[in-house]
Design a protein around this ligand. Structure first.
Ligand code: PLP
Length: 384
């Protein structure tokens, strides 16, 4: 008797790090082998070379690599002596590290709302959050806008509020290195920019890593010292309290190779994002990129009508298609952060989006047939 056999479709990776590994294999292996040859595992020559390559890529005058994106955020706050009694405004819709670093230096994160179209910090809400901070008896010292999912925040408007209020601006570009805003690359949009080289980021390495970008030479020198225990003329004669925030030489060697193909990968991500938007814009709310900006598409995140997300995720999962929700809980609703102030009127946009967003598989090696399978599955699940 003939039995019809139902073949389960092959599972699709959410981010396919192995595809890039196959492409870069030998070049990265050789780069790592060079480090194994010279044995300068800490602050070896590749670290300075990676910093120079990153500076050339984005146009920032000074680049300080460090051990993670989180360290890249905390070092500028330490350099500015931000601490107890100070307020730092953060968007409510982000990965918690944005606010975590504020609490770690003893300052108070104050949460502002985001813009519905871009998921990024709302400059009007920022201005109101500064007022809320003062009302709570805090000194507003800084703001950390986040370039969420790879799209730069609205820096013209944010920097204008920051100038009026005297705020230090640290761009949390953990997800957005490689993107641009008004013909300027991320790394040059704020006084200081922090990024992450976590493996799943658009420019990731094979472990943890991060970098800080600034045009301010004095600040760069202080942050470089803080990264190495607050060293003065040497690490055995310290001039400030610092930390061990160094980037590994092996990871720097990996980064140098990855940066060589990054422009091609950015173009591939852009092509894939456009194909998603063309295939889905009549069934979901697709991401919006303001004229003059480019995203580096750390995530391709769509919005659904309320209450439809779980069913879509389940239908896709059944067909081997993974999804993710960034972020199901805004930061100010998480237990560790409930005690911190929120802008008056709260963060209703962040709260609404947390219930409606879903991210689809996205990486530079997503081929067209696989993407077509994802698009068709989303359309089917939403009844189109
Ligand atoms: C917005 C944001 N900020 C900060 C970080 C922290 O980066 P890292 O994991 O390299 O410490 C991340 C990483 O996921 C992030 O997405």
């Amino acid at each position: 008797m003939n039995k019809s056999v139902r073949l389960d479709p092959a599972p699709i990776p959410f981010i396919d790090l192995a595809a890039q590994r196959r492409r870069l294999g030998q070049a990265v292996d050789d780069a790592i082998a060079r480090v194994l040859g010279h044995c300068q595992f800490i602050l070896g020559p590749e670290v300075r070379a990676a910093e120079a390559d990153l500076a050339a890529f984005c146009g920032a005058r000074h680049v300080i690599t460090c051990a993670s994106g989180t360290d890249a955020l905390i070092l500028p706050l330490m350099a500015k002596d931000i601490g107890p009694g100070d307020a730092v405004i953060c968007p409510a819709f982000t990965f918690t590290a944005t606010a975590e670093v504020v609490a770690l230096v003893g300052a108070t994160p104050v949460f502002a709302d985001i813009e519905e179209a871009t998921f990024n910090l709302d400059p009007d809400s920022l201005a109101r959050a500064v007022a809320a901070a003062r009302k709570a008896g805090l000194k507003p010292k800084a703001v950390i806008p986040v370039d969420l999912f790879g799209l730069p925040a609205d820096f013209d408007r944010i920097n204008a509020v920051a100038r009026t209020e005297g705020l230090f601006v640290v761009d949390d570009a953990a997800q957005a290195f490689g993107a641009s805003y008004k013909n300027r690359r991320v790394g040059t949009l704020a006084t200081v920019t922090a990024t992450s080289f976590f493996p799943a980021k658009p420019l990731g390495v094979y472990g943890d890593g991060g970098a800080i970008f600034t045009d301010d030479g004095e600040l760069a020198q202080v942050m470089r010292s803080l990264r190495m225990h607050g060293e003065g003329v040497s690490q055995y004669d310290c001039v400030r309290i610092g930390m061990n925030g160094r980037f590994d030489t092996i990871q720097a060697a990996v980064l140098i190779e990855k940066l060589k193909i990054f422009p091609e990968e950015i173009a591939a991500r852009e092509r894939i994002a456009r194909r998603y938007s063309a295939g889905l814009s009549d069934v979901v709310t697709v991401p919006c990129v303001a004229p003059g900006s480019t995203s580096v598409w750390a995530q391709y995140t769509v919005r659904l009508a309320p209450g439809r997300r779980d069913a879509l995720a389940a239908a896709l999962r059944a067909q081997g298609i993974p999804t993710a929700v960034y972020y199901a809980k805004p930061v100010h609703h998480q237990d560790a952060y409930r005690k911190f102030p929120v802008v008056e009127g709260g963060a209703p946009v962040a709260e609404r989006l947390a219930g409606e967003v879903i991210s689809l598989p996205m990486h530079a090696y997503l081929d067209e047939p696989t993407q077509d399978r994802i698009i068709a599955a989303v359309r089917r699940a939403l009844g189109k």
